[in-house]
Ligand binder design. Sequence first.
Ligand SMILES: [Ca+2]
Ligand SMILES: [Ca+2]
Ligand SMILES: [Ca+2]
Length: 289
Amino acid sequence: MKNIIYFLIFTFSITSYAQTILSVDFETQDQNYTISNGGIFSTEDYITRSFNGDPEAEHIDFKGIQGTYYLAGRDIHGQTGIDSAATLNIVDINVSGLDAVDVILSVGAKPANEYESIASNFGSDYVIGEYSFNGVDWTKFLQFTGNSTSEESIISEDSNLNGVGDGVALDDSLRQFLYNIPTSGNTLKLRFNIYNSSSQEVFAIDNIVISGGIPLAVPQNLITVNVTSSQCELSWNVAAGATGYHIYRSTDPYGTFTQVATSATNSFTDTGVSAGNKYFYYVTADNSK
Ligand SMILES: [Ca+2]
Ligand SMILES: [Ca+2]
Ligand SMILES: [Ca+2]
């Protein structure tokens, strides 16, 4: 009987390991956030932490709230101390060692057909998200504003940040949006500038989650540790951050590799082989949970 001949090749993992760094869910007053130029000026003029049925800050009941509390705003233009936008600040987020940061947040607004776009000549209503790694140079990464340059429109995601909403229209059910921020420093600051100019316009923000990607280590030193005519046991070094591994095999090093197994540990015994053939393997690390 011929012996199986094994050739082994290595590859690099491109997956990164995502973990939550910080969340702002408004369930606890002032936890992980501050509000500049906010407050309650009347039951119809405010930007404040609120809840459905709040007697101090009247608004519709929003759906899809995380927990009980969220940030709500209504007619915050022209109030004492608020000639410019109110700002939600999330500062000093430690992102050292991360190769990218995701920001997920839930946003809602009501009613429709009441919001002016930034690009209109009639005033504007908006939520603008910006980030900075040194607190000086701010980069806009998200924007919600009216979706036409007519006087009344529907506040929508402005995906190309040109001052006219073009994406998903907001309503009283909070929707989740995800943005990716490339890291260029160890300390991230986020701010959300918020403005609206009519007693009919209400918005809500909740459940801001900042998560980061840690580059996965490469599963190195792939070797065969036990080979017979009908099976091959593979072993490799543990890759830091990995929760599992994918094993790929081909009989042609330049051909298509097929995943033959996943493994939670740093070894795998392949019983799908037979004597007289050559096999090529590579292994990738994974961090899915
Ligand atoms: Ca909440
Ligand atoms: Ca746009
Ligand atoms: Ca307005």
